[in-house]
Design a protein around this ligand. Sequence first.
Ligand code: ADP
Ligand code: MG
Length: 769
Amino acid sequence: MGEPARAVSPDGRASLPGGPRGMLGQSVDRHVGARTAKALGKLGIRTVADLLRHYPRRYASRGRLSTLRELRLGEHVTVIAQVASADIRPMRAKRGAILTATITDGTDRLTLTFFGKHRGSLEYHQRRLRTGATGMFTGTVGAYRGSRQLTHPNYETFDDLDDEHEALGRAEWPIPIYPASQAISSWTIQRAIAVVLEHLDAADLPEALPADYRRAHGLPDALTALRWIHEPHGDEDWKRAQKRFRHEEAFVLQTVLAQRRAAALASPAVARPPRSDGIRDAFDARLPFELTAGQQEVGRVVEEELAGTVPMMRLLQGEVGSGKTVVALRAMLQVIDAGGQAALLAPTEVLAQQHLRTVLDLLGPLAEAGMLGAADQATRAVLLTGSMSAGARREALAAAASGEAGLVIGTHALLSEVVQIPELGLVVVDEQHRFGVEQRDALRAKAAATPHLLVMTATPIPRTVAMTSFGDLETSTLRELPRGRAGVSTTVVPAHLPRWIERTWERLRQEVDKGGRVYVVCPRISSSGSGDDVEEVADLDDEDVEAYGSAEQVIFGGTGSADRRTMASVEDVLPMLRELPALEGIPVGQMHGRMTPEEKDAAMADFATGRTPVLVCTTVIEVGVDVPEATMMLIMDADRFGLSQLHQLRGRVGRGSEPGVCLAVTAAPPESTTFERLSAFAESTDGFALAELDLKLRREGDVLGASQSGRSSSLRLLRVLTDADVIDAARTAARDLVARDPELTSEPGLAQMVAESVDEESAAYLERA
Ligand code: ADP
Ligand code: MG
């Protein structure tokens, strides 16, 4: 693949050709001592710009002591507290002395421990830690004989600071508390920033926000905002500064997206107007159902966009089963009618193969060009994946290159340079969140003219996330499911109640006896080995998932008392189900990401035909796989998955006329927040509501997805869920600006920050590639 020719330093960061100008690009060691510079480096801070963007996590004040009760073991903390006592005593077993001090917030206490070679070496601390003195203390919370303590903490008492502070009249100023580490304290960071701020003047700083935008939103300029966020004289200062930086982050990001969109729209597409009596009309006539109102509406928008020379750039979202594929196929057929070709890019081999089958089923003789009895308007659909035999591959490549294949379906293999699709008029990307923008561009580069683009995603994306992650695309949504869908009802099953578990196996048996199919989804492939066999499991906090029992105990009933629960795995669950008396005589199959494509295909086929009506699997079945007879899904350790993912998983069942059942098995205690989260999942069928809830529970980086990580790294203060108004305002203004001044010549500061952001993103992409 063609890689952007950019300098990437050993730590993976990109630098602009020549590097950012002025003071911001300077290494911090020009301003601070070598030790401080090294400690800052460990926090990822290398340049002056990095340092200035290391914003305080919160602000404290002298009068307000920290709540010590909330400190957690192992956490690196900075607290404000009062010294209650400080005593030195000799060590019992060895030579040396110990200073034990107690600090308090008025209610709870924390111990500070210092070891010295002799009493004299500790007296310095004892003098400073005078009873009644308040100060800041920092260290990693440990435990000794049941009480929490900081060993050799770093600290500063306000007494120490008073001379300096009183002289400056800053005793009452808010105290910024920075993300710090064992190697460098919050106040050392604060001093380093103060040094840099002192030498900084407005000319050093790119001003990303246009003056009229700042005026309209009451935002300070860049230099003022930096001073206010790092050295506020009152709470109002840092609040206004944070607001400015949220706008700045949104504005830079939206400008990147607006430019990308403008660039894509600038080179024209070939107009692909609909044709009557073409393959699309023939397809519509063949369809065994009526299009839903939503499908018709989106269909009209897409039809019109394809007919124009402005490239379509559209995101189509809708739940699993909402009928996106049909909409996409009709669009592809319109392009074929106009003499073009269409490519469908799927994230996995299984999905690519399934897409091919679906397309061949739906098209029937319309996909049999060149064969006896084919329809007049017929075309050909070919598959291109990494695991094809050389012969099949050569044949598919030839059909794509000659234009004989109107439809080219495949995985990442489609991106390879040897694949030629000369009349490529439309690219459909299934499950966008697994593809980066660069991959989209690689496909686009195959055609002489810019192809139209339709991105489909089954994960409902909250509006502001769409505006952030997919901000260069217009969005369409299919909200209704086709009629005749029976839907899914969900129940949370507490794993520690044997009666529930027994009942679960009875239900499973009934389902199979009725002719249904059952998925048993596990978070892991095997129980041995570590993280790498976890397939796409959300990385959620599991603090309140208590030790209830292993998968074995869950399946056979009974309560376990293992300290560390093992997550259910395909390898463990499969033999257990095969031995379970309640399921005697029922063949059980398996499917997971470590199987070869042939094995997966065979497993899926056995499941679909009912040869193995129970399939123990990982989330490889998450996307797209369609078995209408599947009526039940059991999700083991359901708490290990994110809400959106759970919702997507259960979309695999209840796709036919029989209602679906989803049982979410969890060992989380019923009163835990984890259990509550699962209950919310059970009660709601609204994918958008669940996606928003997910967003509230997760970190932003996760939400924006791996492919967006380059960008999310530049979001420090902006929160996509709560800052909708900021994102809205920035997007409108950024699009206006780019329309007026595509090269941003009127806003050099913004141009510089946009360049840096794009660079960071591509560096992050190269790192992953
Ligand atoms: P998605 O891609 O959004 O998951 P699909 O397009 O694959 O959904 O549709 C899911 C199933 O519903 C397919 O079997 C499809 O043939 C069927 N389907 C699509 N549209 C309709 C409709 N309007 N009425 C009835 N069934 C439909
Ligand atoms: Mg689909």
